[in-house]
Design a protein around this ligand. Structure first.
Ligand SMILES: NC(=O)c1ccc[n+]([C@@H]2O[C@H](COP(=O)([O-])OP(=O)(O)OC[C@H]3O[C@@H](n4cnc5c(N)ncnc54)[C@H](O)[C@@H]3O)[C@@H](O)[C@H]2O)c1
Length: 368
């Protein structure tokens, strides 16, 4: 029998409650609930059916008063590193929502101080656990479309974020999902990026993210060409698609087919035919209210939490860590700055050595 984890939840808006519900359904205990806005923690306690869970408005107090096996942090992006630090220092395994922070120097400071060990923090980049994208990754790694020429990753929300949401910009907060997806699927790092940000028509949001639509183009040292399409204005439903064009075929994941709807993974051969490795995955349907991203990624969140606990129990590395999100964060910072400069190209370089990575990022003018 797997052991029951005693979870702390810190930051319990939309996604914090989703995570709490999932780990509860998976048979684990909610031992403490925290949020800098105490009323949010109290609301979450009731929404999660945990009326006697103690509530806190400070991560250090929550840590001091609660015996925890793990913590899930889903506070505002700008507070992620600050809120994670006490738990990391106390040796509590942390599931931390993306991005690492909204501020790139702080992200480097954080990774430099906590280190690059892959058993400390799992990041909430759930695409790494998504069945459809994992199937696609296997097909790519198996060489079924040959050498990759081009990738295009699309992430389009149907609705604006809630009024409580804070964001330094659409490309940083939303783009990090597909920036990481592209790096993961390609197995290589971009080194040049351009981006433009737009305001599509008739959109009304309580949150200023610098625009509601962005296009990010990039290239890699190996000559792969890529594009990320981001928006909050896809009127017919939450839309996640990935096209990968290779020398021997094309892979298309998530062709929009209604929401919630099927998730096709279509592998097209160089004869123009559908390959037998093509398949279809299902979204999850919910009764009542749900956050727009839940049908598409519910199973990925479930798998992410199972993977997190398995890694904690076995001492194995987490599948996606502070190191991976830092790489994606440099990519989106370069894209964000490019968008502020009306699409001027920005270069960047990667290193697995975090100090060297910081030096290169400074030289490239991204840490000014
Ligand atoms: N991995 C994913 O798919 C995913 C999806 C959504 C958000 N996120 C990330 O998670 C973090 C939190 O995002 P979110 O969508 O949960 O934001 P949110 O605005 O719902 O919650 C953020 C904060 O706002 C406050 N708040 C929220 N609801 C409140 C209420 N009813 N009353 C009082 N205060 C309230 C709380 O302080 C809460 O911690 C962000 O960093 C975001 O990037 C990840």
């Amino acid at each position: 029998m797997p052991r029951v984890f005693r979870y702390g939840l810190y930051g319990v808006g939309r996604i914090g409650r989703v995570h709490g519900q999932i780990v509860k359904e998976q048979g684990h205990a909610i031992a403490a609930i925290g949020d800098e806005v105490l009323v949010a923690a109290e609301e979450a306690r009731h929404a999660l059916g945990e009326p006697s869970a103690p509530v806190f408005d400070d991560p250090t107090a929550m840590l001091a008063d609660s015996p925890l096996d793990a913590v899930i942090i889903s506070s505002h992006t700008k507070d992620h590193a600050r809120d994670a630090r006490p738990f990391v220092e106390a040796g509590i395994p942390v599931y931390l929502e993306k991005p690492l922070t909204s501020d790139l120097p702080e992200a480097f400071d954080f990774v430099e101080s906590v280190g690059t060990d892959r058993t400390i923090i799992q990041i909430g980049l759930q695409r790494r656990f998504d069945e459809a994208l994992r199937h696609a990754k296997q097909l790519l790694d198996g060489g079924l479309i040959g050498d990759i020429r081009e990738i295009r990753s699309i992430l389009r929300d149907q609705y604006p974020p809630p009024p409580t949401y804070t964001s330094r910009g659409l490309i940083i907060d939303m783009g990090i999902h597909v920036a990481d997806e592209a790096i993961w699927l390609l197995g290589e790092y971009p080194d040049e990026v351009w981006a433009r940000m737009y305001n599509a028509k008739q959109y009304d949001s309580p949150v200023d993210e610098g625009g509601n639509t962005a296009f990010v183009g990039f290239t890699t040292k190996a000559g792969t060409i890529g594009r990320l399409d981001l928006s909050r204005t896809h009127a017919s439903g939450y839309n996640n698609e990935t096209y990968v064009i290779g020398t021997e075929g094309t892979l298309h994941v998530g062709r929009f087919s209604g929401y919630p709807g099927p998730i096709p993974v279509e592998l097209w051969t160089n004869e123009g035919e559908l390959h037998e490795a093509s398949t279809v995955f299902d979204m999850t349907t919910f009764d009542g209210d749900y956050a727009e991203f839940q049908p598409r990624f519910h199973r990925a969140y479930q798998r992410a939490h199972r993977g997190f606990r398995d890694a904690v129990d076995s001492g194995q590395p987490f599948a996606v860590t502070q190191n991976d999100v830092l790489s994606a964060q440099v990519f989106v910072e370069a894209a964000h700055l490019s968008a502020l400069e009306e699409g001027k190209g920005r270069r960047f370089d990667h290193s697995d050595d975090v100090r060297e990575f910081r030096r290169l990022t400074t030289v490239n003018g991204l840490l000014a």
